[in-house]
Write a protein that binds this ligand. Structure first.
Ligand code: SF4
Length: 453
């Protein structure tokens, strides 16, 4: 601690600010790294805790004047709210700010349940502005030792492909999204806008993580191809400096079709897989979710990506109030036919549509007709399927997937068990499984953490 810092304020003291991440899909949380960098650049010395890989350090909580809790997704919010009570017990007077997408969507509830501030959007800038305004009020005091380093990258999920393992770094080249898919939590916050992050910032984050041992980078933008040339320039610069580095990104089916000519170059630059939110193959469901793609588009996108030598990992929302059992079986058949079993995390077959407060889905006539009520403490609207068999199937698949994950059952076996379950519930109306196809499913690159929204 140098003299200059000691004369600033209590908020500048090491550990006076504590940033906590609850959950970010198994990678190093950008909800910590970017706010941390912004605060450090402004002369603050925050501590951090990532409760996905660390325990809640009571000493860090007790010495904090300000605690920021990152809640970019539903799972993180539930964990964050659970933490609130413990934090208040340890440090009743601390100022608490929740930040990220789900903080804004649930601000009304959070502000009346012990949270002092909720922010989202350009979090590092807003968080810094908030801390600086609070700094005016909290002047000089003594400081204690800081221990704010982030957990090592090898504490997080890694890249895996047929025995090849890589340490994963994480960054985002944009935030927000220019699309308005109704089920997505991003449009209510960004309203169809996205913002590029400065190229130097992204490259600097990559360079630092490579120095820490990263050999694969996940670009976690909501959609990497919202500004395709911005992303491509970053990839070219990254590849020029680190030619051995591999990467993955997320983009929508529509963008794969529109920017298909770039995929051979993505492969040359080190792209190993792409995640795309297919969600459903049903025309009805895709229309309600306003995805702007069809089953035929998905097939073309798979061909485009796979022909370039990149794996496509589709994600699904197989349980919605409008999805029929036939739709569910169609997804399973599609995955089997296109040899995608290892391209889909089994948890995907149990995903149930989440409708958070302010969701654009609430504007759809199909949703209005359901007369849903909000369960504020669950941070979502409650819905039941008109066909009770679908809710039963969802619960059963969920239990099956959890049990299989716990006992390390191979994804292929889990897939066939889910399929048998769905066929059984369907009765005799469906084609029996062709178990010979089992041999045709080849392993696919993945991150070793199942995907939870
Ligand atoms: S689902 Fe993807 S493309 Fe659609 S609004 Fe969300 S981030 Fe954008």
């Amino acid at each position: 601690m140098d003299k200059e810092t000691q004369t600033l304020s209590v908020m500048h003291g090491p550990g006076a600010i504590l940033l906590i991440s609850c959950y970010e899909l198994g990678h190093r949380p950008i909800g910590l790294t970017r706010p941390l960098a912004a605060l450090e650049a402004a002369g603050f010395s925050p501590d951090t805790i990532d409760i996905a890989v660390e325990t809640l350090d009571a000493e860090k909580v007790k010495r904090a004047q300000f605690i920021g809790i990152s809640v970019p997704m539903h799972t993180a919010l539930r964990l964050g709210v659970h933490l609130l009570q413990r934090i208040r017990e340890l440090n009743p007077d601390v100022t608490i700010c929740m930040y990220g997408l789900y903080a804004e969507l649930n601000a009304a509830y959070l502000l009346s349940h012990g949270v002092d501030f909720c922010i989202s959007g350009d979090v590092p800038t807003q968080l810094l502005a908030l801390v600086e305004s609070l700094t005016q009020e909290k002047r000089i005091h003594q400081v204690t030792n800081n221990n704010g380093s982030l957990p090592a990258l090898d504490k997080y999920a890694c890249f895996e492909d047929n025995g090849e393992m890589r340490t994963v770094g994480y960054t985002e080249t944009t935030h927000g999204c220019k699309h308005l898919c109704t089920h997505c939590p991003i449009p209510p916050v960004y309203n169809g806008k996205f913002f590029p992050v400065q190229r130097e910032t992204v490259l600097d984050e990559i360079q630092k993580q490579v120095a820490e041992g990263a050999t694969h980078i996940t670009f976690g933008d909501p959609d990497f191809l919202n500004g395709p040339m911005h992303g491509l320039r970053i990839l070219r610069a990254m590849h020029a400096t680190f030619p051995q580095l591999t990467f993955d990104f997320t983009t929508k089916i529509e963008h794969i079709l529109k920017h298909s000519k770039h995929f051979p170059e993505f492969a040359e630059l080190g792209c190993r897989f792409i995640i795309s939110a297919v969600e459903s193959l049903s025309g009805t469901v895709l229309t309600i979710l306003e995805k702007h793609h069809t089953r035929a588009d998905v097939e073309t996108a798979i061909d485009t990506v796979h022909q370039a030598g990149i794996a496509l990992r589709p994600t699904w929302v197989p349980f919605t109030p409008w999805t029929t059992l036939e739709d569910y079986l169609e997804i399973l058949e599609f995955v089997d036919t296109h040899r995608l079993v290892y391209h889909v995390d089994p948890v995907q077959y149990a995903v149930r549509l989440l409708i958070p407060p302010s969701s654009y889905l609430l504007n759809r006539p199909e949703t209005k007709a359901l007369n849903l009520t909000l369960d504020q403490s669950a941070f979502s609207y409650i819905w039941e399927h008109p066909d009770p068999i679908m809710d039963k199937l969802q619960k059963t698949v969920n239990t099956l997937v959890e049990n299989d994950a716990r006992t390390d059952v191979d994804a292929l076996d889990t897939f066939y068990r889910i399929w048998e379950l769905a066929v059984d519930m369907h009765g005799s109306r469906h084609t029996p499984l062709d178990r010979n196809r089992k041999q045709t499913h080849l392993p696919a690159p993945r991150i070793t953490e199942a995907w939870f929204c």
